[in-house]
Design a binder for this molecule. Structure first.
Ligand code: 13P
Length: 248
């Protein structure tokens, strides 16, 4: 069985005071045990040490990006080795905000995924179509191409979580319907089955992201191929706890 996974992507938000408040709220919450749900919080780089110090031990931490290869003369970048050195186990890669605003290509994202894995990081790899692509009927072709680039470079999938995040649902309040999410998750799992293998398809968590909140998470979580969530806006609020609880 695939363990339910809830990631909180804080994006470019927060002050020291807000971070302390959010982490305290999370620490005081009663949530299902880590045998039932894996919770990973993704603060901006500068808050990683603070969050690591304060966060409850049954939750884990992700960075939101890392450099594509070994560190060195790459001004402004943060390397996978640095995250490992800091004891940060996870990294989010290929988020649509980086693909679209910073022109990260499928191959560049795949290179990052491969390098991060090679350094021992666990990766939340994001894929998803724009509204234009959905309306032109190319959703599956698009997410398959994004996944293919990653699959060509990844030999071991046990440290990869695949996040399906339709761009039109991110930060818009327009959550995918449970049927829409299930359809793409099912197709992605089928793609993995055909192109990578039965075992990887059966064991890889495919999580949904895009306007997930405390009210819509239960029905999404009930879909057979939805193995959890990557939460943006609601991960900064107490309702994140309700989303974690949707694991049971
Ligand atoms: P929202 O939950 O704010 O729509 O963001 C989703 C997301 O991009 C998580 O990575």
């Amino acid at each position: 069985a695939r363990k339910f996974f809830v990631g909180g992507n804080w994006k470019c938000n927060g002050t020291v005071e807000e971070v302390k408040k959010i982490v305290t709220t999370l620490s005081e919450a009663e949530v299902p045990s880590e045998d039932v749900v894996e919770v990973v919080i993704g603060p901006p780089f500068v808050f990683l040490p603070l969050v690591k110090t304060l966060l409850r031990r049954d939750f884990s931490i992700a960075a939101q990006n890392c450099w594509v290869r070994k560190g060195g003369a790459f001004t402004g970048e943060v390397s996978a080795e640095m995250l490992v050195n800091l004891g940060i186990p996870w990294v989010i890669l290929g988020h649509s905000e980086r693909r679209l605003l910073l022109n990260e290509s499928n191959d560049f994202v795949a290179d990052k995924v491969a390098y991060a894995l090679s350094q021992g990081l666990k990766v939340i790899a994001c894929v998803g179509e724009t509204l234009e692509q959905r309306e032109s009927g190319s959703t599956m072709a698009l997410v398959a191409a994004q996944t293919k680039a990653i699959a060509e470079q990844v030999m071991h999938w046990s440290n990869v979580v695949l996040a399906y995040e339709p761009v039109w649902a991110i930060g818009t309040g327009k959550v995918a319907t449970p049927a829409q999410a299930q359809e793409v998750h099912f197709e992605l799992r089928k793609w993995l089955h055909v192109n990578v293998g039965a075992e990887v398809a059966a064991s890889t968590r495919i999580i949904y992201g895009g306007s997930v909140n405390g009210a819509n998470c239960k029905e999404l979580a009930a879909q057979p191929d939805v193995d959890g969530f990557l939460v943006g806006g609601a991960s900064l609020k107490p309702e994140f706890i309700d989303i974690i609880k949707s694991a049971t």
